[in-house]
Design a binder for this molecule. Structure first.
Ligand SMILES: C[S@@+](CC[C@H](N)C(=O)[O-])C[C@H]1O[C@@H](n2cnc3c(N)ncnc32)[C@H](O)[C@@H]1O
Length: 395
């Protein structure tokens, strides 16, 4: 399954570099929490200081996060002791950043972004007006799943992962087996479906998070910070209640599947054997994994409930133009889910899928035009997410 997961590479119409601007709105929201987390990080006496972004993808969001991190760490070393949590050294270590994602990720795009920004050293290279300058660090790319070990023991001082841990390592076999009582017939995800099928996803997702935490526990230096942000759900008891029905993985996508079947482009079986490899954990599920792992102190575990990823006024402005809104929204969904869908149905059917997806959104948006109240309630960009800051315990 992990071979099929990746965002659309390059810088074209459906690329994550372009469409990841929506996920990039989170950078500004998280900046104060990053600054706070770095205040509590144990600084190594000698370099190199190691930073990693796990699930970096191919676009500029990752570079923006890393720039904030490097800038804050630099300040800790260079500010007077009383302003930097008592740290006395003035000798700034060299920093090495590992940009890591699955091997299918378009690392070339990221390398080119880094290189072109390096040429313009001193220019602002943040996205979404995040005011960061090209920070001074070495970088390397690393392909591998974060559900496995990626880095040497006790080597990492700051590790970040944003919008990535909601992807699963695999789909539970029981939900794709037509002979299983948990066969997910009639839909492509668990949202609003059979609670027992959602429970199968919950179990796999729990195993994944346990693996992730145990691997990071081995890799983090004592006092190092693990900063995680990922899509989450507010309803702790009902895993089938993953998010609002208008979010990217909700009704619009299921309708596009149905249209594809009705139009004879694919068989029902092709839809029924597909499942989006995503699961939005509750705060309680995450807390229980952290406690089970036992290697980290919790510095922050915050649920940002039903947060709009896109500024509200921008969304309302977009909705006044249903055709261009549908084009943008559908391209955003395709940037993230296009590759995993294409691996299952092929490129031709994928193109047909997104024609129907875009058309469905445009029709829906048009119907909202005459109803301002319904427009307000159309929460297509709303999602809950968790921010988790963990400090590696000193053994
Ligand atoms: C939505 S992108 C997030 C990119 C970036 N962190 C941001 O905030 O914009 C999610 C990334 O997680 C990666 N990913 C998913 N599962 C992964 C895994 N098991 N190991 C490493 N990366 C993974 C995907 O390939 C994708 O690039």
């Amino acid at each position: 399954m992990e071979k099929m997961i990746s965002m659309v590479g390059g810088d074209g119409e459906f690329s994550y570099q372009r469409m990841g601007v929506i996920q990039g709105y989170t950078i500004k929201k998280l900046e104060p929490l990053l600054v706070e987390a770095i205040k509590h990080m144990s600084l190594p006496e000698h370099g190199p200081l190691h930073i990693a972004d796990l699930g970096c993808s191919s676009g500029g969001n990752s570079i923006s996060y890393v720039n904030i991190i490097v800038k804050c760490i630099t300040e800790r070393y260079t500010k007077p002791a009383d302003e930097s949590n008592g740290h006395v050294t003035t000798c700034l270590p060299e920093m090495l950043v590992f940009f890591s994602d699955l091997p299918t990720n378009d690392f070339n795009n990221l390398i080119q972004l880094l290189a072109s920004k390096a040429e313009n050293d001193g220019d602002s290279i943040g996205v979404n007006d995040v005011d960061v300058r090209r920070a001074n660090y070495f970088s390397t790319m690393m392909g591998g799943s974060f559900y496995n070990r990626l880095l040497p023991k006790e080597s990492m001082h700051f590790v970040i992962s944003t919008w990535a841990l909601n992807w699963m390592s695999q789909i539970p076999k029981t939900v794709t087996d037509p002979n299983s009582p948990h066969y997910n017939k009639g839909r492509s995800w668990i949202l609003g479906g059979d609670p027992t099928i959602a429970q199968e996803f919950a179990q796999q997702s729990q195993l994944d998070l346990d693996n992730f935490l145990n691997c990071r526990a081995a890799e983090m230096a004592p006092g190092g910070i693990l900063f995680l942000q990922f899509a989450s759900r507010a309803d702790s008891s009902n895993p089938e209640n993953q998010c609002n029905p208008y979010f990217a993985l909700g009704l619009d996508l299921e309708n596009a599947w149905n249209d594809l079947i009705v139009d004879g482009v694919i068989t029902t079986e092709i839809r029924d054997t597909f499942n989006f490899p995503a699961y939005f954990r509750s705060k309680e599920e995450v807390k229980s994994s952290i406690i089970k792992c036992g290697a980290f102190d919790i510095q922050c575990l915050q649920l940002w409930d039903d947060e709009s990823l896109c500024p509200e006024d921008e969304r309302m402005r977009m909705l006044q133009f249903p055709q261009s809104f549908a084009k943008f929204y559908s391209a955003w969904v395709r940037a993230a889910f296009g590759p995993v869908l294409e691996a299952h149905m092929g490129l031709q059917a994928l193109n047909e899928f997104f024609i129907r997806h875009q058309r469905g959104i445009a029709n829906h948006a048009t119907s909202l035009l005459s109803d301002p109240k319904a427009q307000q309630e159309y929460k297509c960009f709303n999602l809950s997410f968790l921010v988790v800051v963990l400090k590696r315990k000193v053994h």
